[in-house]
Design a protein around this ligand. Sequence first.
Ligand SMILES: C[S@@+](CC[C@H](N)C(=O)[O-])C[C@H]1O[C@@H](n2cnc3c(N)ncnc32)[C@H](O)[C@@H]1O
Length: 400
Amino acid sequence: MIDQTARCPKWLIERIVDCGGSISFHKYMDLVLNDPENGFYSTGRLNIGRDGDFCTSPSLGNDFARLLAIQIVDWFLDLEKSGTKSELLSLVEIGPGEGTLSRDLIVAIAEISPALISRIELVLIELNLGMKKRQEKVVNNLEGINLRWSNIEDLILRPVTGVVIANEVLDALPVERLVFTENNVFRQGVSLRKVNDEYFLEFVDLSPTSEIMKFLQNSNSLLNIEFPPKGICDRWITEWHCDLPNFFGRLSRILINGSLLVVDYAMESRRYYSAIRKDGTLISYRNQKANSDILKDPGLSDLTAHLCIESTINYAMTNGWKFMGETRQGQALLALGLSKFLFSLQNISSQDLSAALNRRESLLRLVDPTGLGEFRWLAFQKENSDDLALSNRFLEEPIN
Ligand SMILES: C[S@@+](CC[C@H](N)C(=O)[O-])C[C@H]1O[C@@H](n2cnc3c(N)ncnc32)[C@H](O)[C@@H]1O
């Protein structure tokens, strides 16, 4: 039966026809987000914030950046202490969205450590032109800061020393969807169906690639589970973040020395690949509404898949990174002093009450265990930097 919400726009019909009539789900996700002329990100249609398509931590105000900056300053000071030869210390943000996190981090770092700021350059890595244009409006008026956009390839040629931040970016990397039947596994594809002169999108089963088969064979060492998991239903669907090994490998080559912090929706493999999660984790977002109809509104809505913690760590560790530790965002922000921020709101005068209540609500949302507080912070250090000891304040016991 055709899903009436899965109407296919003309540009996507052309792309699918050009590819022979069907494409992998991985290709579909890449097109609807990153197609240079029509993708949700590349056109800059994506709007992050309370009035936009969805909220991220930095879009709730500058407290997220102010707390994260404490950890980043620690890492920069550790790098200084290690006697790095680099004149500049780079703060690299990958997938900066609206640019608010980069801007607020620079402002916060300048407040915490004014001596450091003249040594810092901000480097933004953004795949999509539409988002870059939005970022320009936000960060271009940062004064007295070395600022540039770059890309991974150029940075590999001229690597930097510093800290890389990836907040809610890895969940936007295209994934393969795998469909399990009683005796078979398929690579999910997307195809066209014409009904009364109108084209609709529909899922189809494609043969699995050799890479998919290898992932499934290695699942025991990679995820500590066997495929297929016990007790799954017919046509149980899951995802594989097949781009992560290459992503981590290339990213490690942009750093001479330093750290990487990944912040994202993530869960352990036993939950990720549990029999009861029968449709995987993919979800689409538009106008603050989450939707499980992931073929709806292609190019007009976001698509995102959770990360599996074990495979993310494993792919990073086998591609140039040492794992330093991970925790939930709620714990991390409390360890960095979020409760002090909440406490300080008690002294606000009654004229500022409305702003104080808004800020309180945002702070609570950042640590809400049913929302952003459940996000994971995964920290890595560039491999082969054994002489560098990085302190991870965000992993310590929370401050009361
Ligand atoms: C969900 S938004 C996150 C925005 C921001 N980090 C935040 O927390 O508000 C994803 C961002 O990553 C960008 N992006 C997606 N894939 C990317 C890639 N491979 N390299 C760099 N940027 C990418 C998108 O264009 C968009 O700016």
